[in-house]
Ligand binder design. Structure first.
Ligand code: ADP
Ligand code: MG
Length: 289
């Protein structure tokens, strides 16, 4: 039991705040009600669906802001599965994923973590940025990703078998290269890997126009700017503008800001703090608009 830990966790705080009904909070099982807008870039939807039918786990790799999360939401809607998303961070423990005992008044109650809840519900569990999580957390997903398809809930002495419609999806950004932040071969070789990149210019312009609520001409210019920043990767920028940043710029324009203002704030300033690079990006913004 981890009374010390749980006393600090926001979940326990919520429970303490409502002593009248000390119900353990069940992790949110989100049903994706409406079709998310997703612009396919290749045959990723068919591959994902094939993996789901064959009960294979999937790894999405690619830079930030290129549509991985949106794709999982779309697939959850398409396959009619609830979606449980966990944003992994370097403090994430096995207990955060699997569950823990909480002390509620005089009682000790078990609370399923998001992974356990997803397994029981036959949901799609999406572990976003898995390499950020602590190493021991990846061990718990191993028995779920091979023919055993079982989750060991050690603290309860329980083994939860995964129903056929449970699916594990993980993502990572291979761009952040660091020895510490690599997926071990023993983990990665369990997954079908789908590679994501920035969509081709015309597709990306459609996404920016649709998500940002701007006309196609402005969307194309923003995509042009995005491409120019991507060419600076490795020359002072760790990463160029993502589709997400271009959508942000478009949204600022649709809220009444000028394109230069919007691109400066949403793209140029968002990408760097370095004064030289800031100057270079400002030049690019002026050149495009
Ligand atoms: N293929 C796509 N179809 C629709 N929207 C997209 C697509 N790719 C990127 N986007 C837009 O970019 C934003 C960021 O995408 P997201 O899925 O959150 O990125 P990631 O999870 O890869 O970091 C989305 O909110 C959406 O507006
Ligand atoms: Mg994401």
């Amino acid at each position: 039991m981890e009374a010390g830990r749980t006393a600090r966790s926001p979940v326990a705080a919520t429970i303490d705040a409502s002593p009248v009904t000390p119900e353990p909070l069940s992790p949110e099982l989100a049903r994706v009600a409406a079709e998310p807008y997703y612009q396919p870039v290749g045959d990723e939807a068919a591959l994902f669906e094939a993996a789901y039918r064959k009960r294979l786990p999937v790894l999405l790799k690619g830079p930030t802001g290129c549509g991985k999360t949106r794709f999982v939401e779309y697939m959850a809607w398409k396959l009619q599965r609830p979606l449980v998303t966990v944003a992994c961070h370097d403090d994430l423990t096995t207990a955060d994923l699997v569950g823990r005992y909480l002390i509620v008044g005089e009682q000790t109650v078990w609370m399923d973590g998001p992974l356990t809840a997803a397994v029981r519900a036959g949901a799609i569990c999406y572990l976003d940025e898995i390499v950020e999580a602590r190493k021991d957390t990846t061990v718990v997903i191993h028995p779920l990703t091979d023919s055993r398809r079982v989750l060991a809930v050690d603290k309860r002495g329980e083994r939860v078998p995964a129903p056929d419609d449970f699916m594990l999806v993980i993502s990572y950004n291979p761009g952040y290269q660091s020895v510490l932040k690599e997926i071990k071969p023993s983990t990665r070789q369990r997954f079908v890997a789908l590679e994501f990149g920035y969509p081709a210019a015309e597709l990306e312009a459609q996404i920016v126009a649709s998500e940002g609520g701007v006309d196609p001409d402005l969307a194309r210019k923003l995509v042009k700017l995005g491409e120019l920043t991507r060419n600076l990767k490795g020359q002072g920028l760790d990463e160029g503008a993502s589709t997400r940043l271009l959508v942000h710029a478009a949204q600022l324009v649709s809220a009444g800001r000028t394109p230069v203002e919007a691109a400066t704030a949403a793209v140029a300033r968002a990408l760097t703090d370095d004064p030289d690079m800031t100057g270079t990006l400002d030049d690019l913004v002026r050149a495009v608009f």
